[in-house]
Ligand binder design. Structure first.
Ligand code: HXC
Length: 529
């Protein structure tokens, strides 16, 4: 047989076998050798990848997919990268995750820096088309120097084809983007268009223009990590929905997320069988202080409501004043949105509104019921918010809820004040079932603030303003903020014992199962962006 180093080095399975008599066995063996060489890759490039703290595209797919489930397409495709390497720098195909099919592509940094040329892009387009045609999620593993410089405009054309397909597939199949290396320039729009973006600290970078361009244009000196590392996107820009210390943990959570999502918008999310269990959760009454201004961790409340206390939080570190995540209730997937009194007293601000709006829209696209836990004192005041478009961003969340046709259950835990109450899936914007704890306070504003506004003149003239204020606050609370105020007016369906929350939400969702959406005769609404 011809060795790969021989001057007659094989360019195809046929020529690889050419030193042998033309037999089926020789052809088969030649083919296997070629395939093996493609799979192993160039040892020095693989070693360099490992030295950089990264794994190869195939190693990553092995961790992501069920064992031996990967079916590769177009392994032999060659483009114009120097040496015309097979695969053209991207490994594409499909496999299963917990037995359910997904389509995948993993950019291979060991080949031309994973840069994207026309052949590379065509392979990605193909798996995206197959994912959409078969109604399966698509998972992209990005590790690339961007547009293949030698291919000029054709590389840009290839990117455009990815973006167009992502938009076509939006709301039809779940799209997950994992950034495991460089992802620069326009390439960063692909993770931005995905439903969920995962990043790994240290190795993943995402930016529109790199540090050199930043310095030459603005004079600002910044490192890759400071400009577009995982922490920056997880905490400040909100581009990364999940962030990890290593690839293994990252891919494990991608598998977990996929186990919670339906394959497409026409399919229900996977249900897991659950044993009969006691839904009473007396601990809930202990977690939440009665005094409206005392903080507590809403995560503890969520853990008491969902099965096994297990909950996958999205955007954990971006806008932590609102919590969004997936859990199961009696084995069925729910999307939970909750104010977080531990951070900024749980107010809604621009970033929190954007975060929750995107989450609500995702759940609604894929038929995942929404459970909204309300403890909100209002919107964050200030010029920064107002000038930064707080109204516009808040409107996104309002729009997202108003438009959502999935089963919607609201639980008012304590404060539900003003516009923020309306936005947090109130009866008026279409929640199907509103439950409230005896600590609920549905009002235009808190009692202190209300008294200061309504009785300003009397307080200014009073001999004992503090005494009068206390009296007025007590009266306002008794008349307008008592636990049955909203229920008496039909804004709340039931005032429940906190310990019964899990049971009441589960009963509500069972009642709403099978809820149908009415088709709306318009091209699409003009969501405030
Ligand atoms: C062709 C590329 C490439 C590219 C890297 N390589 N990026 N080849 N086109 N865009 C090749 C290198 O030449 C090298 O080949 C190999 O990949 C590994 O790259 P290194 O530079 O040795 O790796 P490293 O030091 O880790 O640096 C990685 C990097 C750097 C930071 C990504 O390669 C880099 O800055 N590349 C250029 C990035 C860029 O400007 N891309 C275009 C952005 S514009 P050899 O043969 O030596 O192994 C864009 C527009 C998209 O993407 C628009 C979409 C709408």
């Amino acid at each position: 047989p011809v060795s790969p180093e021989s001057p007659r080095s094989p360019e195809s399975p046929r020529s690889e076998a050419s030193a042998e008599p033309l037999t089926m066995r020789a052809l088969r063996e030649g083919g296997l050798r070629l395939k093996d060489r493609i799979i192993r890759g160039r040892p020095e490039a693989v070693e360099r990848q490992h030295r950089l703290g990264k794994r190869t595209a195939r190693e990553r797919l092995e961790s992501l997919l069920d064992e031996n489930s990967f079916v590769e397409i177009e392994m032999y495709r060659r483009g114009t990268a120097p040496g015309r390497p097979y695969t053209d720098g991207v490994v594409a195909g499909s496999g299963t995750v917990y037995g359910r099919r997904v389509f995948v592509y993993a950019q291979d940094f060991t080949i031309a820096g994973g840069s994207l040329g026309a052949a590379h892009a065509a392979k990605i387009h193909k798996v995206m088309d197959l994912a959409l045609a078969t109604g399966c999620p698509i998972v992209a593993l990005n590790d690339s120097g961007g547009a293949r410089i030698q291919e000029g405009a054709m590389a840009l054309d290839g990117y455009g084809g990815i973006f167009r397909r992502q938009v076509e597939a939006s709301g039809v199949i779940p799209q997950i983007s994992i950034v495991l290396g460089p992802c620069a320039g326009g390439a960063a729009y692909s993770p931005a268009l995905a439903d969920f973006t995962f990043m790994v600290r240290g190795t993943a970078q995402m930016y529109l223009t790199g540090p050199d361009v930043v310095e030459s244009v603005t004079g600002e000196r910044v490192t890759h990590a400071e400009l577009g590392g995982a922490d920056v996107h997880a905490e400040r820009s909100g581009v990364a929905s999940f962030v990890y210390d290593d690839e293994e943990g990252c891919l494990e959570d991608v598998r977990f997320l996929l186990s919670l999502l339906p394959g497409n918008n026409l399919e229900p999310a996977p249900v897991v069988p659950v044993a009969e269990e006691d839904d009473l959760r007396p601990a809930l009454a202990e977690i939440v202080p009665v005094e409206a201004s005392r903080p507590y961790d809403m995560r503890e409340v969520i853990a008491e409501i969902v099965d096994d206390g297990e909950y996958l939080e999205v955007h954990e570190r971006w806008a932590p004043n609102v919590l969004c995540g997936f859990g199961r209730l009696h084995g069925e997937v729910v999307g939970v949105v909750g104010n977080q009194p531990m951070v900024l007293a749980g107010v809604l601000d621009s970033t929190a509104s954007q975060k929750a709006a995107r989450f609500v829209r995702f759940c609604d696209s894929f038929g995942i019921p929404l459970v909204t836990l309300v403890d909100v004192p209002g919107f964050l005041p200030g010029t920064e918010q107002e000038h930064g478009g707080g109204i516009r961003h808040g409107a996104k969340l309002l729009y997202a809820y108003c438009e959502a046709t999935v089963p919607r259950v609201q639980v008012i835990i304590r404060k539900a004040y003003g516009g923020a109450y309306i936005v947090m899936d109130s009866r008026s914007i279409g929640c199907d079932l509103s439950l409230a704890w005896p600590t609920n306070q549905v009002a235009v504003m808190g009692a202190d603030a209300a008294v200061n506004v309504v009785h300003r003149r009397e307080l200014a003239a009073a001999a004992d303003p503090d005494g009068l204020r206390a009296e007025l606050v007590a009266r306002y609370t008794e008349e307008l903020m008592h636990p049955y105020y909203a229920a008496e007016r039909g804004l709340v369906d039931e005032v429940i014992d906190p310990g019964h929350t899990r049971a009441a939400v589960a009963r509500g969702l069972a009642m709403l199962r099978g809820k149908r959406a009415r088709a709306v005769a318009r091209r699409h609404g003009n969501v405030p962006l």
